[in-house]
Design a protein around this ligand. Structure first.
Ligand code: 13P
Length: 249
């Protein structure tokens, strides 16, 4: 089994001072371990405070929640993959459902961001997921595979080690409605099969995370489901003790 990955997407929460307090508590509960990976995705302006708080814990990794696809230039308000990399990020979330649905991000933009991330040496975590209406219409597999194919448009076999996938059903994000382990596995198995078609080789090495209303009560069974390699957690990652108990699952 791959080493489980626990990713905390703080979204637009925790100012720098709050993040420093969070890390003091979290690090007191979570000592160094070789058997799991923990990644934090703080807001861009909180990123530096988290880098500082983790300076003695290189085992804990950092990512940004978004990038622009261009490397530099006149894009007010944006950050590029190379700026993120130089600031200490190793990962970037691409195509999160809030980016797609609140900010109108398209499949084409997602593909450009993935390409830009891998060029800059970041690992892109490609988020895919169906809406509640698409699920009720029986379109889950079709929707997530089409998002996956689009996002991987420019990814080569050699870059397979620099991508991950997160299956985050939109209806489960922040709603308290969690996919069952069977729902998650069904989607993950379909995604892995499609990765095999897209990448030829290397698809087995691409971790697939589940996200959507993960909490202390359901983390273990979701993580135990076939082909679930880790968890991408929003709300339940905001409390330091609660998050520590999830990463120690
Ligand atoms: P919640 O865990 O709050 O449902 O958010 C999931 C998510 O969007 C993580 O990226």
């Amino acid at each position: 089994m791959r080493q489980p990955i626990f990713a905390a997407n703080w979204k637009m929460n925790h100012a720098p001072a709050d993040a420093a307090v969070f890390m003091r508590t979290f690090l007191a509960h979570f000592g160094k371990r070789q058997d799991r990976s923990v990644i934090f995705f703080p807001p861009a302006l909180t990123f530096g405070a988290v880098v500082g708080a983790l300076k003695d814990r290189p085992d804990i990794l950092l990512g940004v929640q978004n990038i622009h696809w261009e490397d530099k230039g006149a894009f007010t308000g944006e950050n590029s993959a190379s700026i993120a990399r130089a600031s200490g990020a190793k990962y970037v979330l691409v195509g999160h459902s809030e980016r797609r649905h609140v900010f109108g991000e398209t499949d084409e933009q997602v593909a450009k961001k993935v390409a830009s991330a891998t060029r800059a040496g970041l690992t892109a975590i490609v988020c895919v997921g169906e809406t509640g209406a698409q699920r009720e219409a029986g379109e889950t597999t079709q929707v997530v595979l089409s998002q996956l194919r689009a996002a991987f448009a420019h990814v080569t076999n050699a870059e397979a080690g620099n991508v991950m996938v997160a299956y985050e059903p939109v209806w489960a994000i922040g709603t308290g409605k969690t996919a069952t382990p069977l729902d998650a596995s069904t989607a993950h198995i379909a995604l892995r099969a499609e990765l095999g078609r897209i990448l030829d080789s290397g698809s087995l090495a691409v971790p697939i995370l589940y996200g959507g209303s993960v909490n202390r009560g359901n983390a273990a069974e979701l993580l135990g489901a076939p082909d679930v390699d880790g968890l991408l957690v929003g709300g339940a990652s905001l409390d330091a003790e609660g998050w520590a108990s999830i990463v120690l699952t």
